[in-house]
Design a protein around this ligand. Structure first.
Ligand code: PGA
Length: 256
């Protein structure tokens, strides 16, 4: 059975105090209101990682985890402003996002760089959340399946099968991120099924069946259940709605 995952990517939001308050609220609600079946990942900014790690404490056993939004492609050294995978691992990070569309777009991160980042995350024993997804022009041109295929093939398909035990894919159509415009369940399912077929083609059916594939892009309590009802949508990567504990935990409950 593959994991059900709901991850909250806070992006560049919250001060430390606000972030601690949000994390505490989410943790309490998840404990009180959910059955512990869904793996919940809190992904605050770098500055809040260790304090949120402390708040999560032993709740990892109850499937509450800590995630980071990015990591450096380098191991260590003179790279001012960068944060390495070893550093993330040392403050208790379980999951790391690589390839978010905002990093691809605003920081010109390409396939080769993302392949290196993915490798760093895996080398340090953490789980990788690898994002893919097409911009609006590609959706309209109808070539989105090929576009997503290239993103996966170029950054991940050189990895061995063993590495895939710690890889989660997030399909996030760029036209749906932060726009309030969600993909329909059918649009999302089409791409999720395609991603699973691609993984099966490269690594075999059994492995493909075990990989969790999350949907991201204006996912909220109102549309989460119908997205999660699709056969190949195993959970969500939540941006805006993860900044409100009530909304985020309602999405977790929709995934149960
Ligand atoms: P959104 O962001 O839920 O605010 O659309 C999703 C994401 O970028 O991970």
């Amino acid at each position: 059975m593959r994991k059900k995952i709901v991850a909250g990517n806070w992006k560049m939001n919250t001060t430390l105090a606000e972030g601690q308050a949000l994390a505490s609220e989410v943790i309490h609600m998840v404990e009180d209101e959910t059955n512990g079946e869904v793996h919940v990942v809190l992904i605050p900014p770098f500055t809040h990682l260790y304090p949120v790690h402390k708040l999560i404490g032993s709740l990892r056993e109850k499937h509450i985890y800590l995630g980071a939004q990015d990591c450096s492609a380098h191991e260590k050294g003179a790279y001012t402003g960068e944060v390495s995978a070893a550093m993330l691992q040392s403050v208790g990070v379980d999951y790391v996002i690589v390839g978010h569309s905002e990093r691809r777009e605003y920081h010109a991160e390409g396939h080769d760089l993302l392949a290196k980042k993915a490798l760093r995350v895996l080398e340090h024993g953490m789980q990788l959340i690898f994002c893919c997804g097409e911009p609006l022009a590609i959706r309209e041109a109808g070539t989105y399946l090929e576009y997503v295929e290239t993103q996966l093939r170029e950054s991940l398909f050189a990895l061995d099968a063993e590495s895939w035990k710690r890889i989660v894919i997030a399909y996030e159509p760029v036209w749906a991120i932060g726009t309030g415009k969600t993909a329909t369940p059918e649009q999302a399912q089409e791409v999720h099924a395609h991603i699973r077929r691609l993984i099966a083609g490269r690594y075999g059916d059994a492995l493909a069946h075990e990989v969790s594939i999350l949907y991201g892009g204006s996912c909220k309590p109102e549309n989460a259940a119908e997205l999660f009802a699709q056969a190949d949508i195993d959970g969500g990567l939540i941006g805006g709605a993860s900044l409100n504990a009530r909304s985020f935990v309602d999405i977790v409950k929709a995934r149960q």
